[in-house]
Design a protein around this ligand. Structure first.
Ligand code: UDP
Ligand code: MG
Length: 327
């Protein structure tokens, strides 16, 4: 299944944005882990338009060690796109056995990578890290995450594993399959699940951030959740149809009842309450349905422009193929 040639290397892909505080520690732990690994290790840092000294730091690392490579995007595109840029570069790499996606903030311990490799050798194309606990996260974040996974499970045919981030190992063919998905709305958790192939999980304890601050806030999380649902499901659109059908049926029944009343008791003027309630409820439902349709139309619009997903501004000299950009 996921066989390797002896020289093929394990690549660690690290998307990063303003992570200068954690980079030295990350680099130290990565190289220590490589020493314990029984296949050659390489790192690809993808700088997602950091505004601190992260890129300079990556260049220093790359100059000091031939196993370290770096890629800098032309601005901040967001983690999903930064990851895509890295995966694209690695898909063109000839000496790739497998690739591990790792957050820069040391929440996913690099020391776990040999365990991922061991599962991959058993024949799995994807080994994803699933959090046993969520340290250092608020109760509300945990609750909203749980609700999100439940919703995704309900509305989408692609089953996204719970409590699973981007920390995972991909075989060469899984990576190439992912690189072939060029959609702009990149809900990576869903894309990872969509490609299929034998997948398994590895339970681990996710540490709190080593330093620096999370780049997520609730606004971003909300957009992320909408992205997840709309790019993997059309159930919300169908929901509008169901609600529409139901209200029409109710309206017909109620209309029939009113007509009957007119024939039996004659016309009676009072009716303000029922009138205003009907107008408000129907108006609200219509706007809601329009909003849902709008979410999808907007996405079609963005997709139709076919802009490149990212632009590369710079790369470390040895990155070679990785410096060529791809639409
Ligand atoms: N990240 C990125 N681009 C962004 C935001 C984040 O490349 O626009 C990187 C960040 O440097 C880190 C990873 O994505 O390596 C996860 O980000 P963060 O720790 O902020 O997210 P959390 O762990 O809180 O979900
Ligand atoms: Mg983090």
């Amino acid at each position: 299944m996921a066989q390797t040639t002896p020289a093929a290397a394990l690549w660690v892909l690290v998307p990063l944005y303003n992570e200068i505080e954690v980079l030295p520690e990350l680099q130290r732990r990565l190289l220590a882990m490589f020493a314990a690994l029984d296949l050659p290790g390489r790192v690809l840092y993808v700088d997602d338009g950091s505004r601190d000294a992260s890129w300079t730091q990556v260049q220093v690392f790359a100059a000091a060690d031939a196993r370290v490579h770096g890629l800098r995007l032309s601005r901040n595109f967001g983690k999903e796109i930064a990851m895509t840029a890295g995966l694209d570069a690695l898909a063109r790499e000839s000496d790739l056995a497998a690739c591990v996606v790792l957050d820069a903030d040391l929440q996913d311990p690099p020391e776990l990578i040999p365990a991922l490799v061991a599962r991959w050798r058993e024949g799995y194309d994807m080994v994803y890290g699933t959090r046993r606990q969520r340290h250092g996260e608020s109760g509300i974040k945990r609750l909203t995450a749980a609700l999100f996974y439940r919703l995704m499970g309900r509305v989408s045919a692609t089953q996204v594993p719970r409590d699973t981030g981007d920390f995972r190992l991909l075989s060469a063919r899984a990576l190439r399959a992912l690189a072939g998905l060029r959609e702009r709305q990149r809900f990576m958790k869903g894309l990872f699940a969509w490609i299929g192939y034998p997948q398994t999980q590895l339970l681990y304890d996710r540490a709190p951030r080593a330093a620096g601050r999370t780049k997520w806030n609730y606004g971003r999380l909300w957009r992320f959740a909408v992205e997840g649902v709309t790019s993997f499901s059309t159930v919300p659109l169908r929901l509008a149809t169901w609600v529409g059908t139901l209200t029409s049926l109710l309206a017909f029944a109620y209309g029939g009842w009113i007509v009957l009343k007119v024939f039996v008791w004659g016309i009676r003027v009072p009716g303000y309450a029922s009138l205003i309630v009907a107008i408000l409820v129907l108006g609200g439902l219509q706007l809601l349905a329009l909003g849902i349709i709008g979410e999808y139309v907007g996405r079609i619009y963005l997709e139709a422009k076919r802009r490149p997903l990212y632009l590369i501004q710079d790369s470390t000299p040895a990155a070679g193929a990785a410096s060529r950009e791809r639409a």
